[in-house]
Ligand binder design. Structure first.
Ligand code: GDP
Ligand code: IMO
Ligand code: MG
Length: 436
């Protein structure tokens, strides 16, 4: 009976999908609570690789209930496409176990058109969004003009809302951005078959979670993006438009925060970032290229190369503070094999002073100089390690250093993309404080 929150501890793509898939057998339900199809969670299991964007990474496991919470922004056509791709792989996507909150806000074509037009107009100052309409959809939610999944059940209301909202969107699209006018009737007609297909999936996710709880079931809350892409706490304005910190698991799924038990931060053994924004430990030379290639660091959603750099304990500490991380899953440790030394940023120098946490001023994170600690590297291939003792001493020391610098235990170590390539250092549903 655990309620465990999984969050990205860096700037996304830490391997959340892999860890959720690894933990799912011990859980009864997996729920997404924020973000949309800007997320790309890759899971490799049984010789196959699955790309998940909106559907929770528990879907690979039979009989697990997979829920899309109210905090998610859902592109209905994208969701149908993802269901098609996964059912072609033989997975069960029936409404018996896949469910969507009626309160989810819908991403519609004008959101994507605005996202892309805005980015295109910014030239040098682009955020580097995924262009999926995430920001404009959350804007409409906050402006109280959003279209929600429940509106698909009331076409008169849907028509009124879309017609009204398109007056403003079309003015922006045509007058400001020189784009095409969008016709409300065409959009409504396109939504009809999608609405019919999604209707059986719509539910009250909060109520579903409460039913799992009352049966004594365990729930995993699957975060998307990472704590440093959070709309409030991230490297603003180079962030996503949702709250990615652990606290939002409660609001974004419809459960009381007092019901949550544990927060697992997923941290890569190095750092990556896609899109613009400060990245103090970025490696632009040969070592960065080595990590990028060895780690196959290419964005799942947009195919962009991910920027790579050393592990940054300053941002991890901030994540611990913001999210109350109980333990870390340290992923992609195998990628660091073969380097003569590995570095960890322990502090920043900011305007002549040493600081332990990222500065809050907008340009602060871009101004800092990282202070590094160098550790001996290791040459061994880690991909077959299944116990902590299978790792070479230098890799074990690296893990121990992460624990000391963040004051948080590392309970899982991932040494390859496949489900079984994981070192579990303590049992998941009933964690014991000491590491093996
Ligand atoms: P997410 O968005 O946090 O779920 O992460 P992504 O799936 O976007 O990116 C992580 C990538 O690394 C995926 O392609 C995973 O298959 C892969 N991966 C996950 N864990 C490991 C690991 O320990 N080692 C290696 N080499 N690859 C991993
Ligand atoms: P997962 O869940 C990495 C980044 C984009 C861009 C910024 C804003 O796979 O970890 P948006 O389209 O959200 O408005 O883009 O956020 N971004 C991600 N980077 N992983 C993700 O998701 C991301 N989702 C958004 O690259 O810099
Ligand atoms: Mg990803």
């Amino acid at each position: 009976m655990s309620k465990i929150v999984i969050i990205g501890a860096q700037w996304g793509d830490e391997g959340k999908g892999k860890i959720v898939d690894r933990l799912a057998p011990d859980m009864d339900a997996v729920v997404r609570f924020q973000g949309g199809h800007n997320a790309g969670h890759t899971v490799s299991a049984g010789g196959r690789t699955y790309k998940l964007k909106l559907i929770p990474s528990g879907i690979l496991h039979k009989n697990k209930i997979c829920l899309v919470g109210n905090g998610v922004v859902l592109d209905p056509r994208e969701f149908c496409g993802e269901m098609d791709a996964l059912s072609a792989e033989g997975l069960d996507l029936s409404p018996r176990r896949l469910k969507i909150s009626r309160k989810c806000h819908l991403i519609l074509p004008y959101h994507q058109a605005l996202d892309q037009a805005r980015e295109a107009s910014k030239a040098g100052a682009r955020i580097g969004t995924t262009g999926r309409g995430i920001g404009p959809c959350y804007e409409d939610k906050a402006a109280r003009v959003g279209i929600r999944a429940c509106d698909l059940e009331d076409f008169d209301l849907l028509r009124r809302k879309i017609t009204e909202t398109l007056k403003e969107k079309n003015t922006l699209l045509t007058s400001l951005y020189g784009q095409k006018n969008l016709d409300p009737e065409t959009l409504i007609a396109e939504l009809k078959p999608v609405a019919a297909r999604l209707a059986p999936y719509l539910t009250d996710v909060s109520e579903e979670l409460s039913a799992v709880e009352s049966r004594g079931g365990s729930i995993l809350f699957e975060g998307a993006q990472g704590a440093h892409l959070d709309i409030d706490h991230g490297t603003y304005p180079y962030v996503t438009s949702s709250s990615t910190v652990a606290g939002n698991a409660a609001a974004g799924a419809g459960i009381a925060p007092s019901r949550l038990h544990r927060v697992i931060g997923i941290a890569k053994a190095y750092t990556t970032r896609v899109g613009s924004g400060a990245f103090p430990t970025e490696l632009t030379g040969e070592t960065g290229k080595y990590i990028q290639e060895k780690g196959a660091e290419v964005g799942t959603v947009t195919g962009r190369k991910r920027r790579c750099g050393w592990l940054d304990a300053v941002i991890l500490r901030e994540t611990v503070r913001l999210c109350g991380v109980n333990d870390f899953a340290l992923t992609k440790l195998d990628v660091l094999s073969g380097l003569p030394e590995v570095k960890i940023c322990t502090e920043y120098v900011y305007r002549g002073r040493r600081i332990n946490y990222p500065p809050q001023a907008e340009n602060g994170p871009a101004e800092v100089e990282p202070v590094y600690e160098s550790l001996p590297g290791w040459q061994e291939d880690l991909s077959a390690a299944r116990a902590f003792s299978d790792l070479p001493e230098a890799a074990r020391n690296f893990v121990a250093r992460v624990e000391t610098l963040t004051d948080v235990p590392v309970s899982m170590i991932s040494v390859g993309a496949n489900r079984e390539q994981t070192v579990m250092r303590r049992s998941v549903p009933h964690p014991a404080p000491s590491a093996v």
